[in-house]
Design a protein around this ligand. Structure first.
Ligand SMILES: [Fe+2]
Ligand SMILES: [Fe+2]
Length: 334
């Protein structure tokens, strides 16, 4: 792990004075301007590093907490096939969390530190995972809308200026598209079923539609960090641009499925060449982000418990690694 006053550049170590930093900063700016990737050993402004750590950690936490609402249905999935699909999907989310914690570690933090920040509420995760999964249709709707929104958010991150994050996102996005398809396929099966099943799907869409739109974050006018993140090539589009893209992508999918999106103001605007949609309840968004969503306390308590229950695994793994290292040293000496 390295900290701010020692900088690595091309393998050499230089002191972090302003005078020495000027050419390094120029190098960084040139990398960004040429749309090349910044790598862990490159010099980077402290604010860039901090922004990335915050964003990647928040993303990793979302993947890990996001396992809970769906994990809730693994034992109750109606067939072996549905169980297998859901299990694979939830397992993928664990993998996404791991790639992302590893990407954050290249910036000089460690995973234990980030986990601590999550379970003590010092870092956030996506507001969407604070809503409950009340019916099995929610599994389909989460795949379709929540993973669908995640794809819109994440595909541009494959071109993020920070190399390790961009590369992690390539694989994550491939898996997210499987998640979206499995959700849509489940909903198609339910829509071909009984009236009760169709009602179940519609009721679930009614609950998840607005929270899905909130996944893109506050409106641009209320998102002070967007401009800097875009200048650094971390973010490629604004929150509202991505939200619009999601709405335009989802409307025809809803029609093909035969469900109604719960927004009377949702309609095609030929002048804009995009759909207009109703006002999002930003007060609800702020409440959920601030910790008063329907499941915030439950999600964090569950994560904390899982962390405590895993203490013996971490201890055993550390003891094993130490033993292996000691053995390797002994063999070298011999
Ligand atoms: Fe994921
Ligand atoms: Fe996913």
């Amino acid at each position: 792990m390295y900290r701010t006053n020692i900088r690595f550049k091309g393998g050499s170590v230089v002191a972090g004075t302003d005078e020495l930093e000027a050419p390094l900063a120029a190098d960084f700016d040139a990398t960004i301007a040429a749309d090349r990737r910044v790598e862990p050993r490159d010099w980077m402004p402290e604010a860039y590093r901090k922004t990335l750590i915050r964003q990647i950690a928040q993303h990793a936490h979302s993947e890990i907490i996001g396992m809970q609402p769906e994990g809730n249905w693994i034992l109750r999935a109606p067939s072996l096939r549905r169980k297998t699909i859901l299990l694979a999907k939830v397992q993928d989310e664990a993998g996404h969390g791991m790639y992302l914690y590893a990407a954050a570690e290249t910036l000089g933090v460690d995973r234990a530190e980030l986990t601590e920040k999550l379970i003590t509420s010092k870092q956030k995760y996506s507001s969407i995972f604070n809503y409950p999964t009340l019916s099995y249709a929610d599994i389909g709707v989460i795949g379709w809308l929540v993973d669908g929104a995640a794809i819109c958010n994440q595909v541009p991150l494959c071109r993020c200026s920070y190399g390790p994050y961009a590369r992690a996102m390539v694989r994550i996005c491939k898996e997210e598209s499987f998640h979206q398809r499995q959700g849509y396929e489940l909903l198609m099966a339910m829509m071909r079923g009984t009236d009760a099943q169709r009602e179940m799907v519609q009721e679930s869409v009614d609950r998840w539609w607005w929270p899905s739109l909130m996944m893109f974050g506050p409106p641009d006018a209320d998102s002070p960090n967007t401009r800097q993140s875009m200048a650094w090539g971390i973010k490629r589009h604004t929150n509202d641009e991505l939200r619009q893209r999601f709405v335009d992508m989802t409307v025809p999918q809803a029609a093909a499925l035969g469900v109604t999106l719960p927004d009377p103001e949702l309609r095609w605007n030929p002048e804009r060449g995009a759909h207009d949609y109703g006002e999002i309840d930003w007060d609800e968004f702020k409440r959920v982000i601030a910790g008063s969503g329907p499941c915030n306390a439950q999600r964090l308590a569950h994560r904390r418990r899982a962390h405590e229950n895993g203490a013996w695994v971490r201890e055993a793994a550390t003891a094993y690694a130490e033993k292996q290292a000691a053995r390797a040293r002994e063999e070298k000496v011999a």
